[in-house]
Design a protein around this ligand. Sequence first.
Ligand SMILES: Cc1cc2nc3c(=O)[nH]c(=O)nc-3n(C[C@H](O)[C@H](O)[C@H](O)COP(=O)(O)OP(=O)(O)OC[C@H]3O[C@@H](n4cnc5c(N)ncnc54)[C@H](O)[C@@H]3O)c2cc1C
Length: 307
Amino acid sequence: MASAIIIGAGPAGISAGLYLHRGLPATDIRILTKGAGTGSLAQAGLIENYYGLEAPISGAELERRGRAGAERLGLTIAEREVFGLRLNDKVDGFLVETDKDTMEADVVIMATGAAREKPLGLPGLEELTGHGISYCAICDAFFYRGKPVGVLGAGDYALHELGVLLPIAGEVSLFTNGAPAPAGVPTSVTVYTEPLQALTPAPDTTPHRLAAVELTSGQTVPLAGLFIALGTAGSTILARKAGALLTDDGRSVRVDEHMATNIPGLFAAGDSIGGLLQVAKAVYEGAEAGLAAVRYLRQKSRPQSST
Ligand SMILES: Cc1cc2nc3c(=O)[nH]c(=O)nc-3n(C[C@H](O)[C@H](O)[C@H](O)COP(=O)(O)OP(=O)(O)OC[C@H]3O[C@@H](n4cnc5c(N)ncnc54)[C@H](O)[C@@H]3O)c2cc1C
């Protein structure tokens, strides 16, 4: 049986699930979410510009209805926070790493909503991205073998990134940027809870490379690499992990008109691909991604003709 994982249970993810289910009912479809109320939709007070609403309803109520309708049709919605996405070369599919387990799928549709937190306004961030600043431990840890690195974040995602770095990098630190230290930080990790003030480049490198982070107290911590893991891994981070391309500004996943990324079997829809951030667009793109996934799975299951 073909399997599909949809990351996100907002309008885009649910819509993708509905169309995939209709097109290939036998597919094992799992829609993963951080939980009810975790996407943009739940933050919308009243929605009145979406088709079919006789009276305005809250975003939370629209989300509840969307999920209930999908479950009524037999779709499975599971609470899982996704940390990682990789190609599974053995079976020509994907491995989706979550806070509870690692799941396999033939296709993945990313519908995690708009781009997640960046430490906005942190001097040096843009200039040093790709030169010591990384958003993906599994992609870049290798370049920091034996070197001092840090993770910026204070949630489960940050803990996951620490776990990837610890066996590879030298000294590993956690910077919570003013948040309390999370439970479960490995004892070998040094935790700094003070906010960061700036990222300091090495003076003699072209292009500049990260040399240290500066805390608000003025203390400087030398670092070869800093991995940003604030909040949750959104679609752009997951796309990078799988090797998929982003838009030129790096804020959205790059897709074609059928919501396909450059990686066969990997799709994205909704706020995660940018443009008009509205429910109507997310629902349309989810439908398009679901139908494109149906075509992909049909093609994949066709016997290859021998030449
Ligand atoms: C305050 C506010 C008001 C708005 N008002 C309107 C309005 O009036 N009309 C309108 O049309 N639109 C409105 N919008 C926009 C609308 O809510 C979004 O365009 C729409 O919800 C996008 O749908 P989505 O499915 O792409 O993402 P979202 O609704 O953001 O859903 C994202 C899903 O991804 C999940 N997720 C994210 N990361 C992970 C992870 N790592 N692992 C597992 N799950 C993950 C979340 O848990 C969630 O289920 C408003 C938005 C806001 C913030």
